[in-house]
Each structure stands twice: as C-alpha cells, then as structure tokens.
Design a protein around this ligand. Sequence first.
Ligand SMILES: [Cu+2]
Length: 149
Amino acid sequence: MKIYITFLSLFLFHQSILCANFEVKMLNQGSSGVMVFEPSVLKIGLGDSVTFKATDAAHNSASISGMIPLNAKAWNGELSRDITVTFDTPGIYGYQCTPHSMMAMVGIIQVDDNQSNLNEVESAAKIFKSKFVMNQNRFDDYLKMLSTQ
Ligand SMILES: [Cu+2]
C-alpha cells in the first residue's frame, strides 16, 4: 500500500510538471493567405512551449517590443531555423517574422487565459500595423480571435 501511494504521488507530480509543446509553422502560403504563421493565434498554458517551425525558408519568429507582458522574456529566432520558446509569464504576446513584418507576418499567443496586457498590445499593434503594406487587418483580426476562440 505504501509503495502504491508513493508511486501514485510520483505519477501525479510528474503530471503536474508536464507541459505541452505546440507547433507554429512559418509559411510562404497558408490557408489564410501568404506569409503567415499557422496557427496565427494560439492559447497555451503557463509553462508550455511553442516551436516555430521553419517549414518554408527565410522566415523567423521574434517577439515585438511593447507587445509582450512586463518582465516576459523576449526572443529573436534566426532565419530559416526552428526556435522553441517557453512561456513562463502570463499574458498576451505579439510576434513577427522580421523580414516580412511589412507583409503582416505576425502572430499572437495568449498564455494562461490572461489578458492583463491587452490594452498595451492593442496600442502597440495600432502603431506597428501602420507599416503593413498588405493584410492591414491581420493584427485586429487576430486580437478579435482571442475573445472568440
Ligand atoms: Cu517571413
């Protein structure tokens, strides 16, 4: 019985620290248009990680300054390389593909069902999207998807 309880508690402990990994593809052509992250809007749990897959070449994933929670770690992936980012701070994260930010190659990740920095992200998105030459509504559409997903 004692051994059983020890085994059970180890199992439960293991479950609680088991975090999920999600995959976001970096694509020239996705189901929602050209130069996209897929999925472009993602909700994950605290401590989960996301692997940005270099499915197509010449893309990267980089957090946008002013569009991540206070004290959250920024990231800046290399072109044509996978990068795995672990999310330890709750809130909303906006990120871009650096060479295609003008084409609105951006994405949103929400961690731990937390929207405490939504106003900051929306204000930053308003400024950021002024340099989009196409897909001007992507940030607005993505942020809208956060509340309906
Ligand atoms: Cu790109």
